[in-house]
Each structure stands twice: as C-alpha cells, then as structure tokens.
Ligand binder design. Structure first.
Ligand code: DGL
Length: 270
C-alpha cells in the first residue's frame, strides 16, 4: 500500500465520539476515503454486556469491511477496543487499529496523580487494569466512569451547550486530586474545552487521537512524503445502525467535517 488516495478506512464507534479520532486522521490524511459507522441502536456501549458488544462489533465490522471494500479499520471506541481487538484481528486480514486509554503518556507527565475519565465499562475492564499495572510508573490513578459525560458530548454535537455546573458535579471526585487527566473515551475530546475549564489549567488533558492518526498513517503509507497536489475527493459516508430521526443539527456539523448526511445502515437482522 503506497498511495493513500485509493485507501478507504472504516471508523467505528457507538456514537459521535469516533469523530474526535476522525478529525485527527483527516488532518494527517485528508485524501483518505472514510466510512464512519455508529452503532447508536446499542448506545451507550459503556453499559452493554461484553457478549453483546463483542457480537455486535464483530458482525458490523466484518460485514462493512466486505461491503465497502475497506483497507483498514479503526475501532474508535475505548470501551470496545479493550475487548474486541483480538477477535477482530483473528477474523480479518486487514489492519485493525484500536484506541485504549493513554495511561502511559499521562503517567510520564504526572507529578501528583492521573485521573482516568472513561465509560463505566472501561474503568472496570481487566485490560485497563493491566495498562495501569504496567504503565502507571507507580503514579496513583483515580478512576471515574461516567455515561453522563458521553451523553453531554452527543448533545453538544446536536447543538446543545454543555452545562458547566452539571459537568462540575460529574468531575467533582477528581477536582484538586490530579494533575493529568486521561480522556479515556473518544467522546471526551469533543468536550475537551469544557472539561479543561472545570478541572483548571493546571491539569493536563491527554487523549489517544493523534497517536491513532499516526498509526493509521504508518500502516497505510509508511514511505509517503507530503502530497503537494492531492486530487479532490468525494464527501465521506456515515451510517447509523438505528433509523435516522431528526438529525438536522448533527448533519450540519457533519457536513462541515466532510460527510454526506447520515444514512441508516440497512441489514435484516439488527
Ligand atoms: N466512545 C466510546 C468510548 O471511547 C463509547 C461511549 C459509549 O457508548 O458508552 O469508550
């Protein structure tokens, strides 16, 4: 694979969170064709049983890879990545890139303690606890799992302002206790400024988006230099697993990001 112009990737999440990863990828590789899929019929993933989550991700991803002729998959969801990657990699021959909480870089930056802000599922996953055990450099890691924060990011992309008071009450257990926060859910970079203003400027926020984009670039075009004259490309596609219902505000936002309006993904057995 040497020419990104013909590459097509699938970005997968439960909701709009994967758009934070999409933005980083788009910045590095603007000519890539992207199919974004969000499984909003089963949102929020942070409250789903592991079996259902595994089954849904595997079935949607394998089906889409085949249908859309995908070259690389990004599971832009920490909650899914912490369990589904081995299964997907065993099933598919194309590269599968996952996103997991950035415990290692955060711990290297921390003097006081790290706060891991993620979904209720991610903070309980064995994978997450292994990451902490191996990479926390003996720094204290405070865990905060919240679905409300995920909802706030969903609402923001549909035009509703984040309520700073409410955000403060969700983040309260971390205030004054940490100097680095890991945004361990892809939804959270979408409300990064709001989180920063509640936690204060002395807290450094770390997420995995840029590292994922670098990984995608290295897998798709290891020897590529800057593309000075890229050909124009069509708008990207976005599918939702649930019927699309009054998504005008989100579609406006999506069109600014380079997407066509959301299409409902049709399959007989969802
Ligand atoms: N965006 C997701 C993550 O990174 C999942 C949010 C959810 O559906 O609970 O974990």
């Amino acid at each position: 694979m040497t020419n990104t112009n013909r590459h097509k990737i699938l970005i997968f999440d439960s909701g709009v969170g994967g758009l934070s990863v999409y933005q980083q990828i788009q910045e590095r590789l603007p000519q890539l064709d992207v199919v974004y899929f969000f499984d909003n019929a089963a949102y929020p993933y942070g409250e789903l049983t592991q079996d259902i989550l595994l089954e849904r991700v595997e079935r949607f991803v394998t089906e889409l890879v085949d249908k859309e002729k995908i070259d690389l998959v990004v599971i832009a969801c920490n909650t899914a990545s912490t369990i589904v990657l081995p299964r997907l990699r065993a099933k598919l021959t194309i590269p599968i890139v996952g996103v997991v909480p950035a415990i290692k870089p955060a711990s290297l930056l921390a003097n006081l303690a790290v706060g891991l802000i993620a979904t209720p599922a991610t903070v309980t996953r064995q994978y997450t606890h292994e990451l902490i055990r191996h990479f926390s450099q003996d720094k204290k890691v405070e865990l905060l799992g919240s679905t409300r924060l995920v909802d706030m990011a969903e609402e923001k992309l549909r035009g509703k302002d984040v309520n700073q008071q409410e955000l403060r009450s969700v983040l309260l257990p971390l205030i004054g206790k940490i100097d680095v926060a890991v945004l361990g859910c892809t939804h959270f970079p979408l409300i990064k400024n709001e989180i920063q203003s509640v936690l204060g400027n002395s807290v450094t926020l770390v997420d995995s988006g840029e590292a994922i984009a670098r990984r995608v670039e290295s897998l798709l075009c290891p020897e590529r230099g800057p593309d000075n004259n890229p050909p124009s490309k069509l708008l990207n596609k976005i599918y939702s697993s649930a019927p699309v219902w009054e998504e005008g505000a989100l579609n406006e936002r999506l069109s600014l990001l380079g997407f066509k309006p959301i299409q409902t993904y049709l399959r007989s057995d969802v």
